[in-house]
Design a protein around this ligand. Structure first.
Ligand code: ZN
Length: 169
């Protein structure tokens, strides 16, 4: 079991802003890395602050395991918003095709919401991409069902096959 001494936990949580609503995010207040993730070092070992949030709470997160943000906010350290590796079934597919970091913010629920919104408003893919913190290709793949095939929601049809569908208006 990974038992970290109290001072480490105190030092960690002092850098997290927990003044929020009951469901709100707990953002890391220290420096953020390029992807928007916090970093924290214990005994010379640097990992993402969201990873430490679980590890310091007694959750074993193996080296290289993916910790996903269910809230899509990379800086968030709230344990309830984090999922360690768990979402395997769907997440694997996603990871293989698009690389861990770009699609880490998606989960089945968000994909379904994205598909429903697209079916209604046809927002530009770039908008959806920035809203969800993923690449446009990840959005496109999710909308067409190439990834997350079982997440539900209306799928976007390929424009080439059905030229009459959705082009005008
Ligand atoms: Zn959050």
């Amino acid at each position: 079991m990974s038992a970290y001494p109290q001072p480490v936990r105190v030092r960690f949580w002092a850098r997290v802003d927990r003044t929020t609503t009951p469901e709100g995010c707990w953002p890391w207040t220290g420096a953020l890395s390029v992807g928007g993730y916090g970093r924290f070092t214990v005994d010379g070992r640097t990992r993402g602050s969201h990873v430490w949030a679980l590890v310091l709470g007694g959750v074993a997160v193996p080296e290289g395991a993916v910790v996903r943000h269910l809230c899509g906010n990379p800086a968030c350290c709230r344990p309830e918003h984090l999922s360690a590796e768990g979402g395997q079934r769907e997440n694997n597919l996603d990871t293989v095709e698009h690389g861990r970091h770009r699609s880490a913010a998606l989960d089945g629920r968000r994909v379904r919401a994205m598909r429903e919104r697209y079916a209604e408003d046809r927002p530009p893919l770039a908008d959806l991409a920035s809203e969800h913190g993923v690449s446009e290709s990840a959005v496109s793949a999710a909308l067409t069902g190439r990834t997350w095939p079982r997440a539900g929601g209306p799928l976007k049809r390929s424009r080439k096959r059905t030229p009459d569908d959705g082009g005008r208006r």
